[in-house]
Design a protein around this ligand. Structure first.
Ligand SMILES: Cc1cc2nc3c(=O)[nH]c(=O)nc-3n(C[C@H](O)[C@H](O)[C@H](O)COP(=O)(O)O)c2cc1C
Length: 199
């Protein structure tokens, strides 16, 4: 059984965290992780804090032809919602999932907890899964971007994905390869957001 003991300061890990950025899904290329590697990414991503071990999240892995099949559905839905927009817009929408070889939908799937883990905490745990997935994918040499876009909020599409009324998409994690240069991103002023109590 692993013990929790102090480890040496790991400058490589700190640099990895300091420099963290998301490559753009639309610029991904290559085969990305294999099905086996996607499983490994998911298992590592699921090692997040989870109050009372409820596992209030689940994963839908979309790969290969299924991206196009689902994409067609998305394009048709977009056309139904926007009948006056030109056809090339729905074609564009039908291509969304094709930007990366693997798209993992992380689903927030809260459960009733008689001992009282608030639903809010269960939702937060699902967000943590998404972020951990970005870190794990990067550590395994892959590119990952966390996107929602309108498809995460459309009930017809989430129904097609098999979500219940209570479930929500926490994010679509696009996984692939990338060699795009990543410039630093302006960040919010963190100091302005810290309240210090005590020393
Ligand atoms: C919940 C969530 C949903 C997001 N959805 C989108 C999105 O739909 N479109 C988009 O361009 N960026 C979206 N982002 C932002 C990107 O994931 C990412 O933060 C941004 O591209 C740059 O971030 P970086 O700091 O990881 O480089 C979302 C982020 C979060 C946390």
């Amino acid at each position: 059984m692993p013990t929790y003991s102090p480890i040496d300061i790991n400058d490589d890990v700190l640099k990895f965290l300091n420099d963290r950025r998301s490559p753009l899904a639309k610029l991904m290329d290559g085969a990305g992780p294999t099905a086996q590697q996607v499983d490994e990414i998911i298992h590592r991503a699921a090692r997040v804090p989870d109050h009372r071990k409820l596992g209030p999240w689940r994963f839908i892995v979309i790969r290969g032809e299924e991206r196009a099949v689902l994409g067609q559905y998305i394009g048709t839905r977009f056309k139904a919602l926007n009948p006056d927009l030109p056809l090339d817009r729905s074609v564009f929408e039908s291509q969304r999932l094709m930007r990366a070889p693997t798209v993992v939908a992380v689903v927030s799937s809260p459960v009733d907890c008689v001992r009282g883990t608030p639903e809010w905490e269960q939702v937060l745990s699902s967000g943590a899964v998404c972020f951990q997935m970005l870190l794990v994918a990067r550590a395994m040499g892959f590119a990952a971007q966390w996107l929602s876009e309108w498809i995460a909020y459309d009930e017809v599409i989430t129904g097609r994905l098999g979500l219940s009324e209570r479930e929500k998409i926490s994010g679509f994690i696009y996984l692939g390869d990338s060699t795009q240069p990543l410039a630093p991103r302006d960040r919010p002023d963190v100091n302005a957001r810290i309240t210090r109590l005590g020393d």
